[in-house]
Write a protein that binds this ligand. Structure first.
Ligand SMILES: Cc1ncc(COP(=O)(O)O)c(C=O)c1O
Length: 393
């Protein structure tokens, strides 16, 4: 039975859609396709994290951690923000560890956004921000950015802000566009936040995965520390999306409310896995992070070349691990039909582009490839795509 209009389910869920990504994974499995839809890595996590997590379990670190995170992980995080970004962060009053960036963003919004507020979300977007706003009784206001550059400019941003705006959500490096926001674009956001007294909630989960430019936490810009909440996590940096470790850095006067929500939602993130992440953060140095970006750059280049040769049009992403590709020279189908067709007849699964846009029409000619997979898998997918294209797409 369709939820819509049902008296048996809460109205706040009626606008939520089933994840297209999970549906495409099911189709991929049925067809024996290589799944470049879902964004989870298929290669091992660093040994130092796994060893430390196993040790913690053997040592009976089995009970609830401190709700806002183990001292070891908060300590390692405070050092990380100091070393990488020159940000001074108090581990006692400004850090909250959550069950993934997903729970982090939900806790931040439920802690800081009132019913009736508006929250600005750039489109295309990662799928959770709109529903998070809805869970708060707030309204997401979508600001479309134009392909292929997806550049942020002043006028539309100013126009999206009203007297009800509470916050702007900023995801850089970006899923799905691959954009890394420039200092100039971040300055623009900062200026609008300062002048209209808004919060910025950032999603920096891909902070260590970029190929051009630099990752600049918005919180480091003038006057932004006190109005920025920085969300990140271990899923992508350490290739451990199933460990569910996310992090929040917020000024201490905001942290109390965020921690209360987090406590009621999940009590805390898995204790032994926090120990694993703390060890990773303490012990892995520049070599690890440089290697991570270098390997992803190689994967990006292999996939980008393959899809270009197969007739897709796509710009090379500057960061994160996705390519939004235009398939209109291969097929007249819409994105949903094309993604299913390519999964069944080309043996490669992607995500239909329309699922990332507020106006689905903007993504009808697009599919999103994820390249967080081994080179062998990406090369095999490339061979299949070239063959699919030769056979007429
Ligand atoms: C932009 C973005 N934010 C958050 C997440 C989820 O992060 P986590 O696994 O920490 O919940 C993802 C996962 O794909 C993502 O792409």
């Amino acid at each position: 039975m369709n939820d819509h209009g049902s008296m048996r389910t809460a109205r706040r869920t009626h606008g939520f859609t089933e994840s297209v990504i999970r549906e495409m994974s099911r189709v991929a499995q049925e067809a024996g396709a290589i799944n470049l839809g879902q964004g989870f890595p298929d290669f091992p996590a660093p040994a130092v994290l796994k060893d430390a997590a196993c040790r913690a379990i053997q040592d009976d670190v089995n009970q609830y951690a401190i709700t806002w995170g183990t001292p070891s992980l908060r300590g390692a995080l405070a050092r990380k923000y100091q070393d990488w970004y020159g940000m001074e962060v108090d581990p006692e009053s400004e850090i909250t560890v959550t069950c993934g960036a997903t729970e982090a963003m939900a806790s931040v919004m439920l802690g800081l956004v009132n019913p009736g507020d508006e929250v600005v979300v750039f489109s295309p977007f990662y799928e959770n921000y709109g529903p998070d706003a809805t869970l708060c009784g707030a309204e997401p206001v979508f600001l479309p950015l134009s392909p292929p550059e997806f550049k942020l400019t002043r006028e539309p941003l100013e126009a999206a802000v009203t007297a009800r705006t509470r916050a702007i959500i900023v995801n850089t490096p970006n899923n799905p566009t691959g954009r890394v926001l420039s200092r100039q674009e971040l300055e623009l956001i900062a200026d609008v936040c300062r002048r209209h007294d808004l919060y910025a909630f950032t999603d920096e989960i891909y902070e260590h995965i970029y190929y051009e430019g630099e990752h600049i936490p918005l919180a480091t810009l003038d006057g932004m520390r006190e109005r920025t909440v920085t969300v990140s996590g271990a899923s992508k940096t350490f290739s451990i999306t199933g460990w569910r470790i996310g992090t929040i850095i917020a000024p201490s006067d905001l942290t109390g409310a965020i921690r209360k929500v987090h406590d009621f939602l999940t009590v805390g993130a898995p204790a032994p896995l926090q120990e694993g992440c703390a060890a990773g953060m303490r012990e892995l140095g520049d070599e690890y992070y440089e290697g991570l970006a270098k390997q992803y750059r190689e994967r990006r280049d292999v996939l980008h070349q393959a899809i270009t040769e197969a007739g897709f049009r796509a710009v090379k992403p500057q960061g994160a691990y996705y390519i939004m590709a235009d398939f209109s020279s291969l097929s007249d189908l819409d994105d949903d039909s094309f993604a299913r067709h390519m999964t069944r007849n080309g043996g490669v699964a992607t995500v239909p582009g329309s699922s990332f846009f507020q106006n689905p029409e903007e993504g009808r000619h697009l599919v999103r490839f994820a390249f967080c997979k081994t080179l062998e898998k990406l090369e095999a997918a490339g061979d299949r795509l070239r063959q699919f294209s030769r056979a007429g797409g």
